[in-house]
Design a protein around this ligand. Structure first.
Ligand code: ATP
Length: 306
C-alpha cells in the first residue's frame, strides 16, 4: 500500500440539549446524564507524515490553544502511537472553527479528529470500538465527537446511546468575550448545591420525545443545563445574553455545557437573522454564529496519497 501524504478530518462542536449533573464522585468527576447534539461549527485537523508528533494551529483564537504536548490533538496522536506501537510521527495542523474554552468541546473535537486522521495516516486500522475506547481515555466528550448526531451520554458522558432524532434544527450561537474553566464551573455548582440531596441523573422523557418527533417548539421548552446557574454566577453577563434571546422569541436558550457560549434554538433563517442582529447590538457577546444540527461526527474529508 502507498503512504498517504495528508489526511484531513473534520469534527463538530457539541451542545448539550440537556445536562443533568449528579453528586461529585470519589474520583473527582460527576456522574452525568446528558443529551449531546453535534452542530455545524467545525474544526479541521490534517496529519502528514513526520519524524515526531507536532502541532500548529490557525484561526481567530489560535493564540489561546497550546502548541505543546498538552494540546489534545497531540495527546490523541501520542496515545494512538503508544497503543499501536507506531514509530512514525505526524505533523498535525488544526484549523479552529469551534470557539476555544467555550463549552463546545473544541479540544475534544480535535482529539477525535487527530485519532481518526492518524489512524488513517499510519494505516493502523483500529475498529470504531477501539477508537471510541481510546477517545474515552482522552476526555469525556471525545467519544461523542467521533460519533456525532444526537446521543445520550452517561457516566462521565463517555457512555453513548444514539437517539433517534428527526429534523434539522437551527441554532444561533452567542460567543462570550472570555472563556470559563470547566473545573471552576463544576466547583461553583458544588458550592451552590452544598447540602442538597441529589438523585441519580437521568435525561427527561419529554426532551427525547421532542427529538423523536422533530418538534422544535417542544425541544426549545425542554432545553436544560444544571451548570447554567454556576456559569452565570461566574459570568453574570450571560444572564443578559439569555434575556435577549427570550425577548427575541427564541424557542429556547441555554448555556452550552460549562459555558460561556449561549445557544438559542430558532424557528428559521429569518428568526436567526433577527436574533443575531439583537445580540450583536447588545454588546454582551464577542461574536454570533449560525449553526444547524445534528451533523456527522469526525469524518475524513481528504486523503491524498503519493
Ligand atoms: P470542554 O467543554 O470540553 O471542557 P471547552 O469547549 O470549554 O471544553 P476547549 O475549547 O476544549 O474548551 O478548550 C479548553 C482548554 O483546553 C483551552 O483553554 C486550551 O488551553 C486547552 N486545549 C488543549 N488542546 C486544545 C485544542 N486542540 N483546542 C482547544 N483547546 C485546547
Amino acid at each position: 500500500m502507498t503512504t498517504p501524504t495528508v489526511v484531513t478530518v473534520r469534527a463538530p462542536a457539541k451542545i448539550n440539549l440537556e445536562l443533568v449533573v449528579g453528586a461529585p464522585r470519589p474520583d473527582g468527576f460527576h456522574d452525568l446524564a446528558t443529551v449531546f447534539h453535534a452542530v455545524s461549527l467545525i474544526d479541521e485537523v490534517s496529519a502528514e507524515p513526520s519524524d515526531d508528533i507536532t502541532v500548529t494551529v490557525e484561526g481567530t483564537q489560535a493564540d489561546q490553544v497550546p502548541c505543546d504536548e498538552t494540546n489534545l490533538a497531540v495527546r490523541a496522536a501520542r496515545l494512538l502511537a503508544r497503543h499501536t506501537r507506531t514509530v512514525t510521527g505526524a505533523r498535525l495542523h488544526i484549523r479552529k472553527g469551534i470557539p476555544v474554552a467555550g463549552g463546545m468541546a473544541g479540544g475534544s473535537a480535535d482529539a477525535a479528529a487527530a485519532l481518526l486522521a492518524c489512524d488513517t495516516l499510519w494505516d493502523t486500522g483500529l475498529s470504531r470500538q477501539e477508537l471510541l475506547h481510546l477517545g474515552a481515555q482522552l476526555g469525556s466528550d471525545v467519544p461523542f465527537a467521533l460519533v456525532g448526531g444526537t446521543a445520550v451520554g452517561t457516566g462521565r458522558g463517555e457512555r453513548l446511546t444514539e437517539v433517534p432524532a428527526v429534523g434539522d434544527h437551527q441554532w444561533v450561537v452567542a460567543l462570550a468575550g472570555r472563556g470559563l474553566s470547566t473545573p471552576a464551573v463544576y466547583e461553583e455548582l458544588d458550592r451552590l448545591r452544598a447540602g442538597e440531596f441529589l438523585s441519580a441523573p437521568r435525561v427527561s422523557d419529554q426532551l427525547l420525545k421532542a427529538l423523536r418527533a422533530g418538534d422544535p417548539v417542544l425541544l426549545g421548552s425542554r432545553l436544560a443545563n444544571d451548570l447554567e446557574a454556576a456559569a452565570c454566577s461566574l459570568a453574570p453577563e450571560l444572564e443578559i445574553t439569555l434575556k435577549i434571546g427570550r425577548a427575541c422569541g427564541a424557542l429556547g436558550g441555554i448555556v452550552s455545557g460549562s459555558g460561556p457560549t449561549v445557544v438559542f434554538l430558532v424557528r428559521d433563517a429569518e428568526h436567526a437573522f433577527d436574533l443575531t442582529a439583537s445580540l450583536t447590538a447588545c454588546g454582551s457577546v464577542r461574536d454570533v454564529r449560525r449553526a444547524h444540527g445534528p451533523v456527522h461526527g469526525a469524518e475524513i474529508v481528504e486523503h491524498a496519497r503519493t
